[in-house]
Design a protein around this ligand. Sequence first.
Ligand code: ACO
Length: 335
Amino acid sequence: MNFKPVQILSVGMSVPETVITNDDLTKILDTSDEWISTRTGIKQRHIANGDENSTLFGIKAAQDALNKAGMNGEAVDAIIAASSNPYNIYPSTGCAIQDAIGAKNAIAFDITVACTGMIYALELGRSLIATGKYKNVLLVATDTNSKFLDWSDRGSCVLFGDGAGAILITESQDGIDDIIALNINANGSMGKFIAMNLIGENCPLVDPATEGCKKITMNGKEVYKFVVQTMPESIMTCLKDANLEPKDIDYLVPHQANLRIIEGLQNRLEFNDDKVIVNIDKYGNTSAASVPIALCEAIETGKIKTPSKAILCAFGAGMAWGSAVVRLREGLNQK
Ligand code: ACO
């Protein structure tokens, strides 16, 4: 497909201030820092307070991306918000962000692709730019998983954290495309392995007891098996489409779901530690926000140097998964 070239202008992020360590969790669960650290790589996670929500962090991450690009909200033409646990089903998180950042000229809408939300948003964002009708597109991924976790299920609640990330893209003026290749996938037959039901329990015909619960349920083993097979395939397809080999890539910015999965990808690509961005120890799995948070933080701490090429990849409920080979231009996030 012939896309108009896209430039990545900036990356923003926002996380709650409150931090919950593994040791904190031992006070409410039969678990240990040793189990969580060795199985997942997670040491702590940021968790939203009662009056904080996905919309709030989405707004902050969006504003951060705009500030870093030196752009005013009025210049934004479209906002795509990816969230699996939005504060409202409607008005959409996208519309709330539009209002808060003064993007009065922008269309705004939400997508639900769980942890793969930002990779799907990149595909949709570049498709909007390809039409020629939209120039500046703001992609925001925001999740407050903590509000939907089953805090009595030690197999899932220890894995997640809250936060938001944003990527601002625009039509490239120099003909160079920063989205070199992109590969997204879905397999609905795997849906039962990670789920969060939203039951309309107000109707007298609905018995909440038989309809399930509004809590995240996960079969970690099945997810793990699926991901270690499909994620490398997606990355390799993406590299092939980009006409590149692993050695041509400077960084892997993977979804921060489990350190073992990340290490498996690292081995497959034969990357040394310097090329793999890991911050799961600090944030846990922040769903769709995980990749942009990892990217933003790595650029700002100097772990990622520009200009460079990176693989972004994510997987999650759906199942949905995908990857992108992107160019990170010199000076990205330096304004
Ligand atoms: N603390 C202590 N023990 C625990 C904990 C805990 N937090 N959780 C589970 N255990 C116990 C289990 O009860 C079990 O005990 P048993 O052997 O006595 O029955 C034992 O540890 C092993 O449990 P498993 O579930 O088999 O552990 P596993 O090695 O599979 O690791 C994990 C679990 C970390 C969840 C892993 O399966 C995983 O990371 N899967 C992938 C999950 C993922 O990536 N999800 C991303 C998508 S999220 C989204 O899209 C919303």
